[in-house]
Design a protein around this ligand. Structure first.
Ligand code: ATP
Ligand code: MG
Length: 414
C-alpha cells in the first residue's frame, strides 16, 4: 500500500499554541482594553482585496508590492491580494462604505497579514498585526493621541522598558520635493558604491535608500543630508506641535533623522518603536501620517495617520504569562459517578465555575490531573458520596476536605 505522506506546515506560518498562545492572547486583550480607553472603535475588514488597493496605495516600487505580496487570480479571473497590511484596506473601506460621515474616524483592527519574506526569528509569512488609525484629521493632535496610545499599550504590556520611540518628520509636499532633490544629488555623487536595489530606488523613490539595510548603502545613507534644512515653516510647526504634545503627555521620544517609512504614502510624522531585544527584527510598532493615501486611491484628499505593530514581536517581549487558572476538577469514581458527574459539571459551568472533568485512567491518574491543572479544588464523587447526595471537596493546596451537597457546590467553589 502506498505510504501517505503527512502534509507539512507551510514555511513562515505558525500554529500558535500553549504558552505562545497565552502571550498572543494577552497582547490582543490588552490592545482591546487600551483602545477603548482612547475611544477608538473596532473594525474588521476583508483578508483579501483587489490587488490595485495595495499596488496603488503602497506604491509599485515598495518592497511589499514588488516582492512580498501574495497575489493570485480567483476563479472569476480577478487579481486579488492577501492583505500585507491594514491601512490600504481601511482607506478603501473609508471610501466605499461612506465612512467619511464619521470623520475624524478613530479605528483599530487586528488579524493576520501576509508577506512573502524570508522566514526567521520574528519574521513570518503569515503574521499578525494590531493596527490603529485616525482618518480625516489633519491636526497634530491625532498623531499625538496615536503615539500616546502606543506608549500606554507598551507600558500595560510591561515591555516599555528598553523600547524607544524614534520620531522623524518627512515634511509636507514642498519640503519633500526640495529634500528629494538634495538626496538625489547626494546619491548620484555616490552611485558607484550603491547596491543594485538602491540604484533602482534612486530612480523611483530615493528617500527609501535611507532605509536600506544593505551594508554597502549604509555609509552613503548615513552621510545624506537631513530634512531639517528643507522644512517649510508649516512643516516645522507641525513637527514641533507633535513633539510638544508628546512632552506634555510624558512620552519619551528620540529624533531619528534617518527614519523613513517603507511605503510611499507617508507625510509629516514617521515613527518606530524599536528595541535591541529582538535581534535584527527590532521594530515592534511603526507608522506615520499618510495624507497622500486616500487621494492615491481616487478619493478626495483626506488626512490620515496610523500605526501597526507585530503581535508576535510584542508577544516575544512579554514575561512568561501565567497559565489560565481553573477552579475545580471533578474526579468521578465508577460508572454511576461518571454518569452523575456529567450533570454536575454542566451545572457548575453554567454557574460560571471553570471546571474540568478527569475521566481518563485510574483514580490516581485522575487526581494527578487535578494537581497538574493547578485547580484550587478536586471534587471527588464516589458511591458513598452519591448515596448521600454530596461531593467530597478537597482544597488542593491545603489538603483539607469537606462534604458539600450537590446544590451548594457552585457557591462553595466561588
Ligand atoms: P521590517 O523592517 O521588520 O520588515 P516593516 O517596516 O516591513 O518591518 P511594517 O510594514 O511597518 O513593517 O509593519 C508593522 C510591524 O509589523 C513591524 O513593525 C513589525 O512589528 C511587524 N512585521 C512586519 N513584517 C513582519 C513579518 N514578516 N513577520 C512578523 N512581523 C512583522
Ligand atoms: Mg518589511
Amino acid at each position: 500500500m502506498a505510504r501517505i505522506e503527512t502534509p507539512r506546515r507551510i514555511r513562515g506560518t505558525q500554529d500558535i499554541f500553549g504558552d505562545e498562545q497565552r502571550r498572543f492572547a494577552h497582547v490582543l486583550s490588552t490592545f482591546e482594553r487600551v483602545r477603548a480607553l482612547y475611544c477608538f472603535q473596532r473594525v474588521d475588514i476583508p483578508v483579501f482585496e483587489s490587488t490595485a488597493v495595495f499596488a496603488r496605495s503602497l506604491g509599485e516600487t515598495t518592497d511589499v508590492v514588488s516582492k512580498e505580496m501574495y497575489t493570485f487570480e480567483d476563479r472569476g479571473g480577478d487579481s486579488l491580494t492577501l492583505r500585507p497590511e491594514f491601512t490600504a484596506g481601511i482607506a478603501r473601506a473609508y471610501l466605499t462604505e461612506g465612512w467619511q460621515q464619521f470623520a475624524p474616524l478613530k479605528i483599530t483592527t487586528s488579524g493576520p497579514v501576509f508577506r512573502y519574506e524570508r522566514p526567521q526569528k520574528g519574521r513570518f509569512r503569515q503574521f499578525h498585526q494590531i493596527d490603529a488609525e485616525v482618518i480625516g484629521a489633519a491636526e497634530p493632535a491625532a498623531d499625538v493621541e496615536l503615539l500616546v496610545l502606543a506608549d500606554q499599550l507598551l507600558r500595560e504590556l510591561g515591555i516599555a522598558e528598553g523600547v524607544t520611540l524614534q520620531l522623524n518628520t518627512l515634511g509636507d509636499a514642498e519640503t519633500r520635493d526640495a529634500w528629494r532633490a538634495a538626496l538625489v544629488a547626494h546619491f548620484e555623487a555616490h552611485r558607484d558604491a550603491l547596491s543594485e536595489d538602491s540604484l533602482t530606488r534612486l530612480e523611483k523613490n530615493p528617500m527609501r535608500i535611507l532605509d536600506s539595510k544593505d551594508p554597502r548603502d549604509r555609509p552613503i545613507a548615513d552621510s545624506a543630508p537631513d530634512i531639517d534644512a528643507y522644512l517649510t515653516p508649516e512643516a516645522r510647526a507641525f513637527f514641533d506641535a507633535v513633539t510638544a504634545g508628546l512632552d506634555a503627555a510624558g512620552v519619551a521620544w528620540e529624533r531619528n533623522a534617518r527614519l523613513v517609512r517603507g511605503l510611499d504614502y507617508y507625510r509629516h510624522t514617521a515613527f518606530e518603536f524599536v528595541t535591541d531585544r529582538l535581534g535584527a527584527q527590532g521594530t515592534v510598532l511603526a507608522g506615520g501620517r499618510y495624507d497622500g493615501l486616500i487621494g492615491s486611491l481616487g478619493g478626495p484628499e483626506t488626512a490620515g495617520v496610523g500605526w501597526a505593530a507585530g503581535v508576535e514581536r510584542l508577544a516575544m517581549l512579554l514575561d512568561e504569562p501565567a497559565a489560565a487558572a481553573i477552579d475545580a476538577v471533578v474526579v468521578p469514581m465508577g460508572a454511576d459517578a461518571e454518569a452523575r458527574a456529567m450533570g454536575i459539571v454542566a451545572d457548575l459551568r453554567r454557574a460560571g465555575v471553570a471546571v474540568e472533568m478527569a475521566y481518563k485512567g485510574k483514580i490516581k491518574a485522575r487526581m494527578a490531573k487535578a494537581d497538574a491543572l493547578g485547580a484550587r479544588f478536586a471534587i471527588i464523587l464516589g458511591d458513598d458520596e452519591l448515596a448521600k447526595g454530596v461531593a467530597a471537596v478537597k482544597t488542593l493546596g491545603a489538603g483539607t476536605q469537606a462534604e458539600v451537597a450537590f446544590a451548594d457546590l457552585a457557591e462553595a467553589l466561588r
